[in-house]
Design a protein around this ligand. Structure first.
Ligand code: PMP
Length: 287
């Protein structure tokens, strides 16, 4: 069913309310001017993976958009946990969102109420490693990640997802699973909802996250790779370098670790390091 026609509970400005009653008015600043930030998290066996880091990033994203989330990290963590529980979920996706309300409807909106909601839903991951190991195919996006001087690139801001939705639609229309986005300088950046890694000569290469989201999964995977004694190199990667890369995988809360078999004209063969990190990540998220 559509997301507004389900049953369960949504945490809305401090209390759990029946799912269908968690509404907002059409004259909300967040809708018109994209003054909204969100998070995407996963609970495994009833425990949200790195909940605190997500709550911290949620508050930081809002600050970058010049508003303050009126709940502490501890309150947000408790609210997320309570929402998972109230919906009787153990393995699910968790979506906190914050937006400016209706007090002011112009570009300036300093006096608006900051609304916060938390919803959870079932979002199965591709658990089957063998299916994953076939790899997904990536299109090359037309849009580029914007210059940090042009947009609040490091916030998980709703407004930044406009180019992701357009790119993802075009990719799916053309038969791809997702799109690889370059940054404003034409360097390899990330996918529409996940970060990207490459493997060459047993070493891992990934772009520096200075104009796109530094994913919590990205940092987790870097840590896991280092634990395995692998060299992880964060650097500028130009598209033509992808010719020499052996493996490629993307990672994010939703995607977890998912190998890639091609990105535009570049081909990869999902291999041992991707498989190892899929395995390490699936163990790491277990409480
Ligand atoms: N980049 C973008 C654009 C995303 O939407 C996401 C998912 N939140 C990521 C990267 C990965 O971030 P994380 O690992 O924190 O989920």
């Amino acid at each position: 069913p559509p997301f507004d026609q389900r049953d369960g509970f949504i945490w809305y400005n401090g209390a759990l309310v029946p799912w269908r009653e968690a509404k907002l008015h059409v004259l909300s600043h967040g809708l018109h001017y994209a003054s909204a930030v969100f998070e995407g998290e996963r609970a495994y066996d009833g425990v949200i993976f790195k909940s605190r880091e997500h709550s911290e990033r949620f508050r930081r994203s809002a600050q970058i958009l010049d508003f303050e989330i009126p709940y502490s990290v501890e309150e947000l963590d408790a609210a997320k946990g309570a929402t998972v529980k109230a919906n009787g979920m153990t393995n699910c996706y968790v979506r906190p969102v914050a937006w400016r309300g209706s007090e002011m409807m112009a570009v300036a909106a300093q006096n608006s109420t900051i609304n916060v909601a938390i919803a959870v839903w079932d979002w199965p991951s591709m658990f089957d490693v063998e299916t994953k190991m076939k790899g997904i195919k990536l299109d090359i996006a037309e849009y580029r990640r914007p210059d940090p001087a042009t947009a609040p690139s490091l916030a998980k801001a709703a407004g930044l997802y406009m180019i992701c939705t357009i790119s993802k639609h075009r990719a799916e229309r053309r038969g791809y699973a997702d799109a690889l986005m370059f940054d404003w300088q034409g360097r390899v950046a990330e996918c529409t909802g996940a970060n990207i890694f490459f493997v060459k000569d047993g070493e891992i290469h990934t772009p520096i996250a200075d104009c796109f989201l530094d994913g919590i999964t990205r940092r987790t995977v870097i840590g896991l790779a280092k634990k395995r004694g692998l060299n992880v190199i964060e650097r500028r990667i130009m598209p033509d370098e992808l010719t020499g890369m052996e493996e490629c995988f993307i990672c994010g809360t939703g995607a977890e670790v998912t190998p890639v078999s091609e990105a535009g004209p570049y081909k990869f063969t999902p291999g041992a390091i991707s498989r190892q990190l899929i395995d390490d990540y699936s163990k790491e998220v277990q409480p």
